[in-house]
Every structure is written in C-alpha cells, then in structure tokens.
Design a protein around this ligand. Sequence first.
Ligand SMILES: Nc1ncnc2c1ncn2[C@@H]1O[C@H](COP(=O)(O)OP(=O)(O)OP(=O)(O)O)[C@@H](O)[C@H]1O
Ligand SMILES: O=P(O)(O)OC[C@H]1O[C@H](OP(=O)(O)OP(=O)(O)O)[C@H](O)[C@@H]1O
Ligand SMILES: [Mg+2]
Length: 283
Amino acid sequence: MLRLAIQKSGRLSEDSLNLIRECGISFLAASNKLKTEATNFPLEILYLRDDDIPGYVQDGVADLGIVGQNVLVEAGFPELEVEGLGFSKCRLSLAVPRAAAYDSIHSLQGVSIATSYPKILGDYLAGQGVQAHLHTISGSVEIAPSIGLAEAICDIVSSGSTLLGNGLREVETVFRSEAVLIANQNLNAEKKELLEQLMFRMQAVRRARRNKYIILNAPVAALDAVKQLLPGIKSPTITPLAEEGWVSVQSVVNEDDFWHITSQLKAVGAEGILVLPIEKMIS
Ligand SMILES: Nc1ncnc2c1ncn2[C@@H]1O[C@H](COP(=O)(O)OP(=O)(O)OP(=O)(O)O)[C@@H](O)[C@H]1O
Ligand SMILES: O=P(O)(O)OC[C@H]1O[C@H](OP(=O)(O)OP(=O)(O)O)[C@H](O)[C@@H]1O
Ligand SMILES: [Mg+2]
C-alpha cells in the first residue's frame, strides 16, 4: 500500500483531491478524519499541514506527497521532486512599500525583510551579494512594513492583489513554484511499481487537460488546409458527410493553440465546429 500525503485544508487541497479522483481512484471524503484508504487502488491518503509533508516523505512516514515547490525547497529536500503537476502556480517575490526608493536588488543591502521563506530568500540574496536582516514569520507577511516590523517582504504572489491591498510593490521574483509530486527515495520494488502506475495515470489526466477534441464539417476543397491546421495525434480522422462534397474532420488540439486554430479553420471554410473535453489521453 502506498501512503500519499496531501494538504489537509488550504490552496492545494482541492486540486490534489481532484487529481487523485481523475486518476480513477475512489475514496470516501474525509471531513474530519486525518487519513482515508482508497477503495480501488492500494493507496492511503494522509491529510497534513503542507509544511510537514516534505519531512514526512523524506523520513518515509509517507511514501509520496503533493506540495508546493516553495515549501519543498524551503524544507531543503528538492531532490524528492518527481514531477510538476501544473496547478497552484505562484511566485515568491520581494516587495517594498509603494513609495520606497528601489533601483536594484542592492537597494536591499542592510534592509530588514520579513518572510516565511528564510532559506530560499537567504540563498537568493547571497547569490546576488546582498546582506539583509531576515525576520522569519509564519503568515500575514504583507502587513509587516505597515506595522513597522520590516522594511520589505518576501512572500507568495499570484494575482498581486494582496500586495496591492497592503500598499506594496513587487520588485524582484525570487522563485517560481507549482505543486509537485514528491516521493521517498528508497521505495521498495513493489511501491516503485505502484508509483509508476500512479504517474502513468497522472500524466494521462494532465495531457487530457491540456488538449481538446475537435469535430467540424469542411468542404472537400478545404481539406488540405484543414489537415495542415489539425495534425492531430497521428493524423485527423476524416469521414464523408451524407451531403456530397463535405467531410467531417475529428482531431485533437492543444488548449493554448485552440482559439487561434479555430479562427483559421473558419477562415478556410470549416463549419459546425464542436469542441469537447477529453477525459484521459494516453500516448
Ligand atoms: N495565491 C496563490 N496562488 C497560487 N498558489 C498559491 C497561492 N498561495 C499559495 N499558493 C501555493 O499553495 C501552497 C499552500 O498554500 P496555503 O496558503 O494553503 O498554505 P498554508 O497556509 O501554509 O497551509 P497549511 O495550513 O497546510 O500550512 C503554497 O505553499 C503555494 O505553493
Ligand atoms: O497575489 P495574490 O493573488 O493576492 O495571492 C497571494 C496571497 O495568497 C496567499 O495567501 P492565502 O490567500 O492563501 O492566505 P494565507 O495567508 O492564509 O495562506 C499568499 O500567502 C499571499 O498572501
Ligand atoms: Mg503551511
């Protein structure tokens, strides 16, 4: 049985549970329990504070974990990372009060900085040859300058609205992060095999999320142009319509290219374009 540690409640929780469910793994929702067992895969899920997850996986208390790279690197175990999961993308940034003078990172020489990430920030500043006074606090970092605790901060930024709401200005990106799957490095052969199975499923889910299934009608005369725009996995599926001179084309498009490609498809004469989500995608 594999033991997977996920965040009990917080930013990573829902996406972690959804990913496990989309891998076809069923379990009872644990509203107040701290662990659950899957009913159709040899997996036990532990619900923990995210800061504890890297240490538990390093020690082998849990075999696997899902955690932000920021927390993983801060804990000092970057080597546990198996793969990026594409959600909870954010950055760790330095910010100063809106009116404060700031020319370059050297403006922070000798300045006091509040952060929950003293290791990542300390390494970054050392790399830039800057010495600052770090105040480690565990939360609400953005209020530190307004209450006189520090002159600058280093914390997680996503939309930037928390910085804006606290009168702060982002000046440097220190670290980019997303949720990652981590694994203990001494898994036995049986657990390694289960990890492979889980990763195979996670990859199929992630590929499916990045792609859409597209079905459209096109005049035969436009077929070459349509094929150019829709190369598909191998090549598009083409079937004749009941109406002479028309075909139905089915293919897969990348989410990022989707709007660009559909407007070009319309321009070459495609009609009745349907776009469907893909549940799993296995190469
Ligand atoms: N605004 C955000 N946008 C995207 N990802 C974020 C954001 N804030 C945090 N994250 C990511 O989600 C992780 C968990 O954030 P959360 O705020 O839930 O942590 P926490 O308060 O430390 O939780 P815990 O109670 O488990 O210790 C962060 O370490 C980071 O990787
Ligand atoms: O750039 P933004 O989109 O505003 O996001 C950044 C904020 O999100 C996180 O806090 P969260 O809202 O998770 O609350 P927390 O401090 O309780 O963890 C993080 O600690 C920042 O404060
Ligand atoms: Mg935490």
